[in-house]
Design a protein around this ligand. Structure first.
Ligand SMILES: Nc1ncnc2c1ncn2[C@@H]1O[C@H](COP(=O)(O)OP(=O)(O)OP(=O)(O)O)[C@@H](O)[C@H]1O
Length: 355
């Protein structure tokens, strides 16, 4: 965003008194996201857990203040709730803040409304193709005739918008975020709410709040037409962020993605241990990028060792990368290919677990 506009918006926001304490919204660290695209502003406000109602009432005033700035056509204000223990203001992303959040007893998030089952896709290691698997599984569920959704919780590198070819920010209507739709799948991503460069500010304690908001405020289904399955693309890794997300999300089952190399398998074991620790059923392991370069079969053997189901393997195949980069998931775009067939088999096996 242009610096003059940023200053202008900052001043306007800071002129609004913080309902939960002395000072303005900016000075008190309540504004956690602010982006501009073609005259449209997206503003993310974080309310303390105890004072959410007062902040809710403030949303129209914040919107009006932003829309009164020169050059602004429209402003959207998204409210998120802070964790019960609020990290110190100036050290939000510090280790101290992370530690404090970790120690605070996790508050299980309410189940998302009108969603029958939540399926998390996880990986211990980054770059193993977790998002590719999440996107294609969601498309495969849709092809099976299920109402499927996809929630991109990978706050470190939200890639779902690129992989589904989505660019528009979701609309915010009647306090709900309206998921976008692509390839028969309803989708929401942190990447659609904040600019790529700014996604970094969601790290750590804030990651779980962004996820909670998309889960609970997303208009995923209706009483008449509930979503059958919501696939959640978790951030890679097995650290505090992932632990908090898993504890705070009502996950019905998890799928762990690994490549056949030992380093990735060791991380897959850690991911499995994390789910065991939180009592989350692991519905199976998936081997991605199988083939001559990385080998084949390591994940199946690991699944056997762990006593978990093995769901199938997807070969290292350029069409998957091309499909991902161009927003055309192979399951929808190249349904007769080997990779699409593998994902369809996995989705069929998983569909049996859905309530
Ligand atoms: N089987 C495959 N064959 C070829 N390329 C693949 C395959 N699976 C994934 N890729 C490509 O590898 C890259 C990483 O995949 P992806 O983003 O799905 O991984 P990730 O585990 O979600 O990564 P991150 O850790 O960044 O979240 C992408 O460019 C993707 O298109």
């Amino acid at each position: 965003m242009d610096e003059a506009l940023l200053n202008e918006l900052g001043q306007r926001l800071d002129a609004i008194p913080d309902p939960a304490g002395a000072g303005g919204l900016v000075a008190n660290g309540r504004i956690v996201g602010l982006t501009e695209k073609r005259g449209r502003i997206d503003c993310v406000v974080e309310a303390p857990a105890e004072g959410a109602a007062a902040f809710s009432a403030l949303v129209p005033a914040i919107k009006a203040a932003l829309e009164a700035a020169p050059g602004v056509k429209e402003a959207r204000v998204v409210l998120t709730a802070a964790a019960r223990t609020r990290p110190p203001k100036r050290a939000r992303l510090s280790e101290a803040a992370t530690e404090q959040t970790r120690r605070a007893a996790p508050v299980p998030a309410a189940r998302p409304e009108h969603v029958r089952a939540v399926l998390a896709v996880a990986s211990g290691k980054g770059g193993v193709g977790k998002s590719t698997v999440a996107v294609n599984l969601a498309c495969a569920f849709a092809r099976l005739g299920l109402r499927a959704g996809l929630l991109d919780a990978d706050v470190y590198g939200p890639s779902i918008p690129l992989m589904l070819g989505l660019t528009e920010a979701p609309e915010h209507r009647d306090g709900k975020l309206i998921p976008l739709e692509a390839w028969g799948v309803k989708a929401l991503s942190v990447g659609l709410l904040v600019d790529a460069d700014q996604a970094l500010i969601w790290r750590g304690p804030m990651a779980s709040q962004a996820l909670t908001q998309m889960l609970t405020q997303g208009a995923w289904g209706t009483a008449d037409e509930p979503l059958d399955v919501l696939v959640v693309d978790l951030p890679p890794g097995t650290g505090d962020v992932q632990l908090t997300l898993v504890q705070k999300t009502p996950i019905d089952g998890a799928v762990i993605v690994s490549t056949p190399q030992e380093a990735a398998l060791a991380d897959a074991r850690r991911a499995h241990a994390l789910f065991q620790k939180t009592g989350t059923p692991v519905w199976g392991l998936v081997e991605n990028m199988s083939g001559e370069i990385f080998g084949r079969g390591g994940t199946r053997a690991e699944a056997e060792r762990l006593g978990a189901a093995f769901l199938g393997e997807v070969s290292l195949d350029a069409s998957l990368r091309q499909g991902g980069d161009s927003g055309r998931p192979v399951v929808a775009d190249q349904p007769d290919g080997e990779a699409a067939k593998a994902f369809m088999e996995m989705a069929k096996a998983l569909a049996g677990k859905l309530r």
